[in-house]
Design a protein around this ligand. Structure first.
Ligand code: XIL
Length: 315
């Protein structure tokens, strides 16, 4: 039966995957599935600040270019991830004073976004990532501590200047349901847009876990953001479980994947769903959440799991 991307395209949505540079160059199965099943890709790490500007003014686009070239060859779009984040950002940035930090941020955005601005493959960016606390306050990152809230509007304006055609997103996790954090994001997006700050899109990471339950108000939450006039998208979907895997957990996982795809399909402004990888052979989950894993739609041997079929059938 046809690929995920064929079905997604027929519904006017994208189905994406985060890609890592090393298996992309070393593993045929990885490359083949990435090329045939998905019509959108995100660099799992290759476009982050520590990869693209490890020391000030010294840019390295080798990994980012590898992802973009792969996508271009396979007629896929790239979602740029990510420009301004508290994590995977070199200490030289973190140690700058306010005006130097603002300038470094604007220069980074201008160089990284500018590199792909005339490349039809890179169509959107996560401009700021994970700026909220779980209770809806601002995360006290080095960005916030040094620059206050202003770094967000400055980052969006710099990204718009670097590529007037790119769709500019704010992205976060644990904002899939209606809760204090997603409401803080909602209020900020609303207020920024009222001020003319170019926020076009909201990304819902969707790092889910079967033991925590499904956010049943996902569709309603996506819709309230859509009603602000922004595009919404699922940016980093995975559904982890306590190991070991078994058939019951696989079935629950499959329903979570299906529910996410259905929520996006039900919201006109939802552009698509990106999965944070595709094979359990290459996933951040076991390294990040001890004892958990098997969060993706193919197993470690590149065989499709029930979650693959659920996504396929939903699309
Ligand atoms: C993760 C990558 O998957 C890992 O390989 C890396 O070591 C750490 O970052 N939220 C994000 C992503 O926005 O960039 C993170 O990706 C996962 C959580």
């Amino acid at each position: 039966s046809a690929s995920l991307r064929t079905h997604a395209a027929a519904k006017g949505k994208f189905i994406g995957a985060a890609l890592a540079t090393s298996p992309l160059s070393n593993e045929t199965s990885y490359r083949n599935i990435a090329a045939t099943e998905f019509n959108q890709v995100t660099a799992e790490n290759a476009m982050k600040w520590d990869a693209t500007e490890p020391s000030q003014g010294q840019f390295n686009f080798s990994g980012a270019d590898a992802i973009v070239n792969f996508a271009t060859q396979n007629n896929q779009q790239v979602h740029g991830h990510t420009l301004v984040w508290h994590s995977q950002t070199p200490s030289w940035v973190q140690n700058l004073g306010a005006s130097a930090m603002r300038q470094a941020m604007q220069n980074h955005i201008s160089q990284v976004v500018g590199r792909y601005a005339n490349n039809a493959t890179v169509v959107s960016w996560d401009v700021v990532n994970e700026i909220f606390d779980e209770n809806g306050g601002w995360r006290t990152s080095f960005w916030y501590n040094t620059l206050g809230q202003s770094f967000v509007a400055d980052a969006f304006r710099a990204a718009r200047a670097a590529d007037p055609n790119a769709r500019l997103c704010i992205n976060d996790y644990n904002v899939e349901g209606i809760n204090a954090k997603s409401t803080a994001m909602y209020n900020l997006v609303s207020s920024l847009r009222q001020q003319g700050v170019p926020v076009d899109c909201v990304g819902f990471q969707s790092h889910l876990a079967i033991q925590y339950g499904f956010p049943n108000d996902l569709q309603r939450n996506l819709q309230r953001f859509a009603d602000l006039g922004v595009q919404v998208r699922i940016t980093e979907l995975d559904v982890r479980m306590q190991m070991p895997r078994d058939a019951t957990k696989d079935a629950t996982q499959a329903t979570y994947y299906r529910n996410v795809v259905n929520a996006c399909l039900a919201v006109t402004a939802c552009a698509g769903v990106t999965i944070w990888g595709f094979t359990d052979k290459h996933s951040w989950v076991p390294d990040t959440f001890p004892g958990q894993g098997a969060a993706l739609i193919y197993n470690e041997s590149y065989q499709p799991k029930p979650a693959y079929n659920a996504v396929h059938d939903a699309l």
